[in-house]
Write a protein of this length. Sequence first.
Lengths: 290, 800
Amino acid sequence: MKPPPFAYVTAESIEHAVAELARSDGEGKLVAGGQSLMPMLNFRLLEPSVLIDIGKIPDLTGISETGDGLSIGALTRHVDLETSHLIAQRFPVLTEAVKHVAHIAIRNRGTFGGSLCHADPAAELPMMAVLLDARICVSGQGGNRQIPADKFFLGALTTDLEEEEIVTRIDLPYLPESTGWGFEEISRRSGDFALAAAAATVSLVDGKISEVRLAVTGVDDLPLRIRAAEDALRGSELDDAVFSSASQIVRDAVNPNSDVHASADYRRHLIGVLVGRVLRSARSRARGGA
Amino acid sequence: MSKSSDGGIDLTRPKIIGAPVQRLEDPRLLTGHGKFTDDVKLRGTLHVALRRSDHAHARIGTIDTAEAEEMPGVVGVFTAELLDALTRPVFATSKMKDYHATPVRALAGGKVRFAGEPVVAVVAQSRYLAEDALAGIEIDYTPLEPVVDPEEAAADNAVKLHDHLPGNVLVARRFGVGDVEQAMGDAPIKVGGRFRFHRKTPTALEARSYLADYDQGTRALTLYASTQVPGIVRDALVEVLDMPGSKLRVIAGDVGGGFGGKASLNPEEILVCALSRHLGRPVKWTADRVEDLISTSQSFDEIVDAELAVDQDGTFLALKADILGDVGAFSIYPWTAALEPMQVAGFLPGPYRVPNFSANVRAVATNKAPMGPYRGVGRPISAFVLERLVDMAAKKLAMDPKEIRLRNFVKEEEFPHRTGSGIVWDRSGFTECLERAADAINYPALRKRQAEARADGRWLGIGIASYAELTGIGSRLSAAPGMPINTGTESATISVDSSGAVTAHFGIASHGQGLETTLAQIVAEEMGVRLEDVEIVQGDTSAVAHSTGTYASRSAVIAGGAGTLTARTLRGKIIEAASHLLDVDMADIDFADSLISARGTNKTMSLRELARAVYSQMGSLPGDIRAKVDLQASEFYDPHFGTTTSATHLAAVEIDPETYEVSIEKFVVVEDCGRVINPMIVDGQVHGGVAQGIGAALFEEVVHDVTGQNISATLVDYVIPSAAEVPSMEVHHLDVEAPSTLGGYRGMGEGGTIGAPAAIANALNDALSHLGVEIMELPMTPERLFQVISAAQDGEAESS
Ligand SMILES: Cc1cc2nc3c(=O)[nH]c(=O)nc-3n(C[C@H](O)[C@H](O)[C@H](O)COP(=O)(O)OP(=O)(O)OC[C@H]3O[C@@H](n4cnc5c(N)ncnc54)[C@H](O)[C@@H]3O)c2cc1C
């Protein structure tokens, strides 16, 4: 289990990384925390000609407030998301979700950008990106662009990123005041990828749902927002009957696969349960509960 | 409460045996100074990468290695053609009737019989370069029909794995006592069904690793091996390589776990030795995690159809079982394919009186990695089957599971008791373990809490598992049926060198159990020296003339016995020498804490002074005495039959009624391992064993697809419980009666893994009792729970 031979370059800047990617003619790979890439190299699932290490690029780090949201550097480690006060204040659902990403050692190295670009269909952070309407900031030879999260993920391990593009920042627009949230995950063991996970945010006006977002992972080729369920919930009273119909909509919408851990049927069953649970916790938080 | 039958110990001395002393090996291991096989770096070492079969069953055609041979750093590319010429095949033979051996070879020739079997070895300057060259090998396979399902494999018309054998059934045996059919026929209550325990793999933290070093000058070969059985490997290599044992040394340095996966002779051990001798260079191979998961011996793979008949009052009348063990592609050396399925049958009657018993056992070859020993060997399956049957019977009789067990345990006055399978139990705390476990968990209160939780819609379950096992097996019994290897004796050699230092040599091989500490405790106490003054040498075939290793819960009992006898002999010599040197009667010599003194005087002497007098000061002792008091002794110990170890595990679990996640709320173990040498180490062994039992109950399963591919070949897919999934547990030790073993020790290294799966299975079943389901399969993964529960709920919906 040794990687195939590869060349190694330390990128000094975003431009340098992009130039090296272009020079490698599609054969190069960026490496950030290495927590997904290195196992793939060791299994020889990938044989890149060159690894371009972006770990030292200063512009890719830091969590800062913009006028209408937070801007998070692509190199932000999972552990820094987990312990950031700004994130805990503004996006407590993200603080909770990131605790479910792998184990401490991996969270110390793995990066937000790396997780999004790797696009594992059972990963938590891609689900957070779609839940929180993240805008993914990308630099390439043609300049910069922003990709909305729900256009970024195309399938299992597949994103909209071009071969010579690099993710630089992830922008998260603030949620309305008095938004409640919920996050639930089932995995075989603590730290494992999700068999199924769901997250919701619920904003209330006059006791009715004004805005609701519902995202799931582990139950399809990519993390999904379940718009049909959101539509059914929006404007409704917050009663359990609506929640169960939302669960049913989600169960019908997803397309889970079967593997050694769980059948599609079990995953579908689970996601319905979890959707109910995240909606109930979001409701109670929106009403001012803990 | 301990009745000691062992008069050899001076009660006035401070006790080292029984004290929770810190493990002597830990400072080294915890500071990263352990030396595992892969840490051994020899100049000029070559590295092996293996091209393993990607077919479960295929004929090997031409193998084209030309491209690989030209690749950077490659020294040679080898196939069975060369290896067969360099080695002699070895067979796990047995005196058992109806047993068929299969060869153990370094590389597959002619045919591959499981996906993962080594076929081609690349030897290169580094492991990286060796792995690069694997891509340059072309193997022309003709696929054969894979034999995956054990029942189909056992059929008369099945495709055969081994062309020279009559079929795939490698062992078939039937045994029992009484008239089961009659007793079954007459019995008022019968419970039973088909039980399935799925394949597991030991997954030691340190994967297997071997480094062979052939010295062209001395024509001697040293194998550094991550093994539990250096002695067995050495003796096998003598035959395989046709070299005298004096030229062959196997050293198991620090070993990072084994659990049975390192207790057999492996193809790669033969391979590196043959190649090192052939190339005249050190040759190393270390398994990566995938290789470990696909090629290390696996186990716990049985289908058991079993039935228990009981009387109206809960008394067991008869037990019968049909056991089919899926033993994989080869009969493993030296244990044979009979090892696990036969043990399932042998231990099936458990700690109970079962007047009529019969078992029909078959071991069937399939296209999977070979089955070998795994912590608990067979007993986790017997305990699972029997303890489920016992609970099923209790439920039918509306009896408490605790009561039905108490009613049927072999009673104090009935020991020694011969079970229907021929095993003889000596007195052990069968009843006491259950009573104490029930007290520890406060069983009545727990049942009450359970009833309340049930009323709240919570699925709380309580499970009991009691078992007994044979440990420290002596030479009159065979660790595996009919095996021509004696595993019943161990020897020790202890010397005081010219500096006064004490070194004790053993043939066993600690691989995490802390035997360096427990054996030092025994030697220190029996000799009269301080713990820190004893150096233990183990895991090295040059240490003693004959040894096998560490497995089958034997080392503390048998090596401990050898250490006891040897330490006593040497103590006698020291006292005799001291009596001359200090000029007092032997009876007046005290020897404790490494200090020799003449009672009633102020004359004292250190071991160093004594050694100097004996070895260097020629006039100090008369010649006839000097000849008698050489400061060295060697004794061996044979417990003849071994002894009984027993325990009860009690688990309380909760199942989430929506997601079917399982949490283990409480876990109590009460076990009788006789005299405890080091309670901290015993606790550690129980904790680790229970963790593995939890793995077997809820998580771990080697999964093959229909083509025989292992689809759980990473630690993402082969799910071992982590610290978060293992609850804190309560362990109590009973010391009911000293067994006849020297020192009063019973073996205890495997027990945790035996009781936990059964206790958890019963607890899950109890938690689901309102659904009327029966847990008949392990591991009970969330997916299986989902299937079982959905089926029951669908059934309910239909009938309502
Ligand atoms: C044992 C284990 C358990 C894990 N469990 C979980 C889990 O439960 N949940 C979970 O979500 N994850 C889990 N992970 C994965 C972990 O979260 C990874 O850290 C993350 O998926 C990848 O981040 P990274 O920085 O390590 O990326 P890398 O491994 O360095 O890169 C991953 C991919 O992203 C590309 N890439 C990285 N950064 C950029 C960028 N800025 N722009 C463009 N492309 C980029 C790389 O080229 C590569 O293709 C686990 C990993 C391990 C080893």
